[in-house]
Design a protein around this ligand. Structure first.
Ligand SMILES: [Zn+2]
Length: 160
């Protein structure tokens, strides 16, 4: 009978994070490998608790302290990106090598939408250049509420 468990085989091909860690000369323990796999498989932007929950399903012996330490390590090594989407909680995703995307945070649901915009990239580079700088880093998030949901619909309403 087919098993309910559809989790990827841990012995299957190394996750992209694991490969990046090995390239940077980091020692890969089994637990780090599990956390790397969780992040590689994530299609959202989990916070520490989220990573911990998913990692625990694969290896119940993993502690949240290990998750904290490992995420910090991956972050320092630029293997993952750390975001804060206005709620003060750090969220993580695999650092995008080629593609560059930004985030729009739905203030009603907390949903995070990813987008890419070439025009925006050009504008950012141009602003930096006009100020005499080469752009090497940035932090940009958009926050919004869906149209037609009541709040924020009345933009002509000045409150201050
Ligand atoms: Zn993202």
């Amino acid at each position: 009978m087919a098993k309910e468990n559809t989790a990827p085989d841990m012995n299957a091909s190394a996750s992209s994070i694991e490969r990046a860690c090995i390239e940077k000369g980091m020692k890969m323990t089994d637990q780090r490998r599990v956390i790397a796999r969780v992040l590689s498989d994530a299609t959202d932007h989990p916070d520490v608790e989220g990573v911990f929950r998913r990692a625990s399903e694969i290896d119940p012996k993993i502690s949240i302290a290990t998750v904290y330490r490992t995420l910090r390590l991956f972050d320092i090594a630029n293997i993952i990106d750390r975001h804060e989407f206005g709620d003060g909680r750090a969220r993580y995703e695999v650092a995008a090598e080629g593609s560059h995307h930004h985030h729009l945070i739905d203030m009603k649901t907390g949903r995070v939408l990813e987008f890419e915009n070439e025009e925006l990239e050009n504008i950012k580079r141009r602003i930096a250049r006009e100020l005499g700088y080469q752009l090497v880093g940035e932090r940009l998030e958009l926050y919004g509420v869906p149209f037609g949901t009541g709040d924020g619909a009345s933009e002509s309403d000045n409150e201050g």
